[in-house]
Design a binder for this molecule. Structure first.
Ligand code: HPA
Ligand code: ZN
Length: 337
């Protein structure tokens, strides 16, 4: 199978599902461990990479949370963000909505203000150095309680100008969206858009619940929606986007074989599928590596690529006129074919 067409590789892109903590490459993890005198527990970057063999979402999350222990100061978060934006820019990303997990850092005594100072400094540098525009989505951890989510929301209130929206992540099994209904209502009452991870390992019902109970504007992953034809119809009818993460689904054994990933059937049904990298340092690559894998699995024509890449701009939090300008840019790019 030939490599990803250059026109797709170089196309302007939006990324809507990437966890900044999931962009922590082993080399940077060791540099930050040295800077902060943290013992990571692996001998070197190669040994850490060797540990990247995941049986399911939880086995990944255990390692992912362990590695966040090296993130201590605003400068650490700035460096992490800048490293991601450099990689994203190399893949044509011009706009990113980026998740962060403040509760993981609060457990280690790192305040939300410190995390935001660093991430926002990285975003500013990324904009000027790499030309990528980025915004932040604060994620609540669904394995923690509603009360802990409300405490985090209270801590976030002085910083709302630096938070574009709210999300829900972490271990899905046994942690249904319903528990966060009131938290998400409070987020929406602040005028913020909300999204939620659902239907990654959890059932289609969690996708419906994320829409009905949380008011999610889009669903992160959502591939298990394929099990409920009425839900698929609903996603199509209401134009509810899915932020699908192909390499993540492979590495976390959601669909070990990419050519069997429901993303193709969802797309064929008319769902607004977008492609994203999730935790690229852990899952084998950044956005273009995900597109490359999809190309190998499905061999789409250029028109499908233009549609799917366009879906990400349409699914963003940005206003209609901004989306239109990006879609016209994308159309001009593909007109070179
Ligand atoms: N699923 C849920 N939570 C996460 C993920 C994921 O793929 N990555 C980081 N946190
Ligand atoms: Zn995710």
């Amino acid at each position: 199978m030939p490599v990803l067409p250059e026109l797709v590789r170089s196309a302007p892109k939006a990324e809507l599902h990437v966890h900044i903590e999931g962009t922590l490459e082993p080399e940077l993890a060791f540099a930050l461990a040295a800077r902060n005198a943290v013992d990571l527990g692996w001998s070197d970057a190669a040994a850490l990479r060797q540990a990247y063999a995941f049986g399911d979402l939880q086995s990944f999350l255990d390692l992912y949370y362990a590695c966040t222990r090296v993130l201590c100061t605003a400068a650490d978060f700035r460096d992490l963000m800048l490293a991601y934006l450099a990689r994203a820019a190399a893949d044509g990303v011009v706009y990113a909505e980026i998740f962060f997990d403040p509760q993981v850092h609060a457990e280690r005594g790192v305040a939300l203000g410190t995390v935001l100072d660093g991430l926002c400094a990285g975003l500013e540098l990324g904009r000027s150095v790499h030309g990528v525009e980025g915004t932040l989505i604060l994620c609540f951890l669904r394995h923690l309680s509603e009360a802990e989510a409300f405490a985090t929301l209270a801590e976030a209130r002085p910083h709302l100008d630096r938070i574009a929206g709210f999300g829900l992540d972490s271990g899905e099994r046994g942690n249904p969206p319903a528990r966060f209904e009131r938290v998400f209502a409070a987020c929406r009452a602040l005028g913020k858009p909300v999204v939620a991870h659902a239907g990654e390992e959890g059932p289609a019902e969690y996708v419906s619940d994320a829409l009905d109970r949380l008011g999610a504007l889009r669903i992160d992953h959502g591939v298990r929606a394929i099990d409920d034809p009425l839900l698929v119809q609903r996603l199509v009818r209401h134009g509810i986007p899915l932020t699908v993460c192909p390499l993540s689904n492979v590495r976390l054994q959601v669909t070990p074989e990419l050519h069997r990933n429901p993303l193709q059937a969802l797309l064929d049904a008319g769902v607004a599928v977008t492609l994203n990298s999730d935790d690229p340092a852990y899952f084998g690559g950044y956005l273009n590596a995900n597109l490359e894998a999809v190309h190998q699995a499905f061999d789409w024509p250029l028109a499908t690529w233009q549609q799917v890449l366009g879906n990400a701009f349409r699914a963003s939090f940005r206003p209609a006129h901004w989306q239109q300008a990006r879609l016209e840019h994308l159309a001009r790019h593909f007109a070179r074919a």
